[in-house]
Design a protein around this ligand. Structure first.
Ligand code: NAP
Length: 522
């Protein structure tokens, strides 16, 4: 995973850098010792609005470090931050829901404890990074191990140890610390700064370093020796590529050995294994996505941890129930109230929802979403994902459902109108989306009467088997622009692979294999 530190000196530059970085990286680090006139609330909300997947680290470093970073990034000014000010900034970050705050070991156990207690008291999920930076040298490995244990004693989520490389051999010290630290509980970030330390930045991801730091622009380094995000991505892809290192023992570690599963009940009908295995094979990863029909969800998740399975798709009926078994839930999935994707980072399970994005990307390929009204038929998990995505993109959902109580609960949560299914004719909207299973193979049924469709320009069915449901056939006859659930299915699956591997999957191929299977069975 790649983190871009935001080192801009002014708020305006920082906001611009955040918007760009959120499209390129997995994490951003807000260097509040450098962004002098920045309101943390505005910086965090800009990041969240730029990407639902971005993780945010907030840091307020020592003056010595700020000076070094300012020098590298060409930033003038920025005053000295006292420890009280630093604690206040990090507490504000915790209140604002930053994913991580970084505090130096040198600030002392009491300060680290104070931040941990603040998280607990305010029931925030923000995690603590305890860091050690040495700008002069790389201490011997025995010394670094001691420092690691001092950091780990505070029970942070991540220990970060960054030293200055005076010689190429210093890289071996920080890299050795990674394998040592990985036998202990917190995640580790261990690398060398400086030109001679670049090797450690390139090799550390292979050994299990939690994060790589990279810059947006060549001149924006927050620490000497950083690669640009583009270079770091190329390095990561090279390290993952089987072609680059055919059978080396080192490369047997990451992608190649990863396994993925589908958890559901039933799963026999699912086309996810066909689609995901085709994509993984093309990406040079062995075909290792398997479907499991699950009876005991808790045990299944223990299995994922125990067998070090990298990722899981979750389908009916577990999308809501699975949430209680996870260590972390991404902000979008939390707001939707359903998880369809799990990432396993060394036993720590994080839940995501890719259904909403799959639906939005499908809609956006055919029509604008902003300022358009969407009638969503149904009030289940898919309806929630659809309504959330539509609102996030500036559209207006209207809910219609068979069971009024369930529909009203959803419309109440979203603060949008609700109509019983019987009164659907009264609604005026640009697009109708069916999120019920009505019309799924083998039943040729529609959840709405054909005459109702004449007022709609667009009609979408989330069902993809059959490709053209009765609803879509009726809509086509009424002159509506129609789209099936196929593209949504492919987009949500592609997003799952992106989350698990960090690599862009072959979406055209994924669509082709599903299309072939569905047209064969029609
Ligand atoms: P869910 O949570 O069980 O919700 C189903 C909804 O459909 C409920 O609101 C239910 O209404 C309504 N419904 C069920 N039977 C009905 C009927 N006979 N008449 C009218 N309304 C009916 O299910 P879900 O997880 O949202 O999944 C719904 C569909 O979306 C499934 O077919 C699934 O395969 C599909 N899906 C497709 C994709 C894709 O990528 N294309 C992704 C996710 C899901 P009540 O409240 O009255 O029970």
């Amino acid at each position: 995973m790649i983190c871009i530190p935001i080192t801009a000196g002014t708020k305006k530059e920082a906001l611009h850098a955040i918007e760009r970085s959120c499209q390129l990286a997995d994490f951003i680090e807000l260097r509040m010792d450098l962004i002098e006139d920045g309101s943390l609330a505005e910086l965090i909300s800009t990041a969240r609005n730029s990407s639902s997947l971005i993780k945010i680290i907030v840091t307020c470093r020592k003056e010595e470090e700020a000076t070094s970073a300012r020098g590298a990034a060409g930033i003038k000014g920025a005053g000295k931050k006292t420890i009280d000010r630093k604690i206040a900034v990090l507490k504000e970050a915790i209140e604002l829901g930053a994913d991580f705050v970084d505090i130096e070991l040198a600030e002392g156990r009491a300060v680290i404890k104070e931040l941990q207690s603040f998280c607990a008291k305010h029931r925030r999920k923000t995690k603590i990074i305890v860091s050690y930076h040495n700008f002069k040298e790389t201490p011997a490995l025995t010394k670094l191990k001691e420092i690691f244990h001092q950091c780990a004693k505070a029970k942070p989520a991540i220990v970060k140890i960054v030293t200055f490389a005076k010689t190429a051999e210093d890289n071996l010290v920080t890299l050795s610390l990674i394998s040592y630290a990985r036998k202990h509980s917190p995640e580790i970030i261990s690398l060398c700064m400086g030109d001679k330390g670049r090797i450690s930045r390139a090799v550390a991801p292979l050994l299990g370093n939690y994060l790589s730091f990279a810059t947006l622009e060549r001149e924006g380094q927050s620490a000497p020796g950083q690669f640009t995000v583009y270079e770091m991505k190329q390095i990561n892809e090279l390290l993952r590529s089987k072609r680059a290192f055919p059978a080396g023992p080192v490369l047997s570690l990451p992608l190649r050995l990863q396994n993925y599963v589908l958890l559901g009940n039933p799963v026999k009908q699912s086309l996810s294994p066909l689609m995901h295995n085709a994509a993984l094979k093309k990406m040079g990863i062995e075909e290792n996505y398997s479907a499991f029909c699950v009876d005991d969800l808790g045990s299944a998740l223990q299995g994922i941890r125990g067998m070090n399975i990298r990722g899981a798709s979750v389908t009916i009926p577990f999308k809501v129930a699975v949430m209680e078994y996870l260590d972390d839930i991404d902000a979008d999935a939390l707001k939707i109230g359903a998880v369809n994707t799990i990432i396993n980072e060394n036993g720590r399970l994080t839940g995501y929802n890719t259904d909403w994005l799959g639906l939005i990307l499908t809609l956006q390929e055919a029509m604008p979403v902003k300022n358009k009204t969407f009638l969503i038929v149904g009030a289940g998990g898919t309806a929630r994902a659809a309504a959330y995505g539509i609102m996030k993109e500036g559209g207006f959902p209207v809910i219609a459902n068979r069971t009024p109580e369930k529909g009203k609960i959803l419309s109440g949560k979203l603060n949008c109108p609700f109509y019983p299914l019987a009164e659907i004719g009264k609604i005026k909207a640009d697009c109708l989306i069916n999120t019920t299973p009505v019309g799924m193979y083998p039943k040729d049924k529609s959840p709405v009467k054909a005459v109702t469709l004449s007022g709609y320009k667009y009609v979408m069915d989330v069902i993809y088997n059959p490709l053209k449901t009765k609803l879509l056939k009726d809509a086509e006859k009424q002159g509506c622009h129609i789209f099936s659930g196929l593209d949504m299915f492919v987009h949500q699956g592609a997003q799952q692979i992106r989350l698990w591997t960090g690599v862009e999957p072959p979406r055209a191929l994924m669509k082709k294999v599903i299309l072939k299977r569905l047209t064969q069975s029609e």
